[in-house]
Design a protein around this ligand. Sequence first.
Ligand code: EPZ
Length: 417
Amino acid sequence: MDKIVIQGGRRLAGTVAASGAKNAALPILVSSLLTGAQCTFHDVPDLVDVRTITRLLADLGSHIERNGTSLSISTPVIEKQEASYDLVKTMRASILVLGPLVARTGRARVSLPGGCAIGARPVNLHLKALQDLGAEIDLRDGYVEAVTKGLKGTDIYFDTSTVTGTENIMMAAVLARGTTVLKNAAREPEVENLAAVLNGMGAKIRGAGTDEIVIQGVQSLDSVEERIIPDRVEVGTYMIAAAITGGEIIIENCEPTHLEALTAKLREAGVAIEPCVGGITVSGVNGVSSADITTLPYPGFPTDLQAQMMALMTVGNGISVIRETVFENRFMHVNELMRMGADIAIDGNRAIVRGVRQLQGAPVMATDLRASASLVLAGLVAEGTTELDRVYHIDRGYERIEEKLSGLGADIRRVRE
Ligand code: EPZ
């Protein structure tokens, strides 16, 4: 297993460009199952999770060609309607094939994703909504078996805001008979990006990006060419990297309006953030004071940046209370940060973080994607050497992170084990 080794203490400087968003690319690549025509997507990041989903799509009958950061996919015939456990267990987002397979072929057999490090993460809302659309759902041998003679549009209310639940059902509804209204829908930019792709194929979707999405079913869909939006979680991670090292960087290929909650919090903590040609400049040269965080569905503070913000608060000037309201176990980074000298107390879903003068480098272990990003950020500012093990976690969601950070002057390298 590869390791990442960091010598802390360097202030970051220079320019870095964000890649396309992992959490937009995954549902968008899956949406190509809905049509037999060719789909072309640009700015598709080269990540482990993207390779996993392309393997799954190829298994179902898709023909996929990558040309740099563009990907062409066509699925003239769906050869198989099953997503096996060995694929789904490596990436929960595989559940996204359920809606499109049922919509296009009338049936699907998809392994139930198990829990994961950050929580139980059930898919009950996906299944209930698919039933509402007229699919018969059976749970057997750890698989979801769905079958329908034809989906029928209806009103669907999501008990909680679910990103992939909204995406799964939006993709199922585009070929349903009649109109579907999704209420309490997720408002994430990735949902909007998916809706733009589906409308490009000929779907009729209104309201994506709000909590009410109206989908008028159509008979069939056609080809599409669309761009993946910049990865707001990757951009946020680099913004925090500039802040934690007291550096000043420019981040290109980013959409500032997708990061308003983080920007507001970083400004509150004394970080200077300004729009510039092609992106934003972020400067932590004036030091960082503490701020309180509560994670919420978009447009609230993103849970995917909670661990990274906590790393920053460990060296903030004061006390920060961080509340995680989206997932029930997303503090796996706390113990590892404490091994680096952080002062954190957990009280239920709240972490009380007392800023310390200096973190100490240490050998640490990644447990999940965003926890590993948090440990990299801590390593950038810690005194001495930090060795991050189980780097495969970070490769799931960050394209060439050690290259991008060393391009900003960090002393960071990957050691192939
Ligand atoms: C998406 O996961 C993202 N993944 C996650 O990013 C992100 O953390 C999460 O949304 C929240 O923003 C992708 O888009 C591929 P949810 P998702 O359904 O859709 C509960 C990363 O690091 N829930 O919005 O799985 C659930 O348990 C990853 O890039 C149900 O109870 O998240 C959670 O508490 C991690 N039943 C809450 O809703 C359901 O059927 C939000 O989950 C579905 C969800």
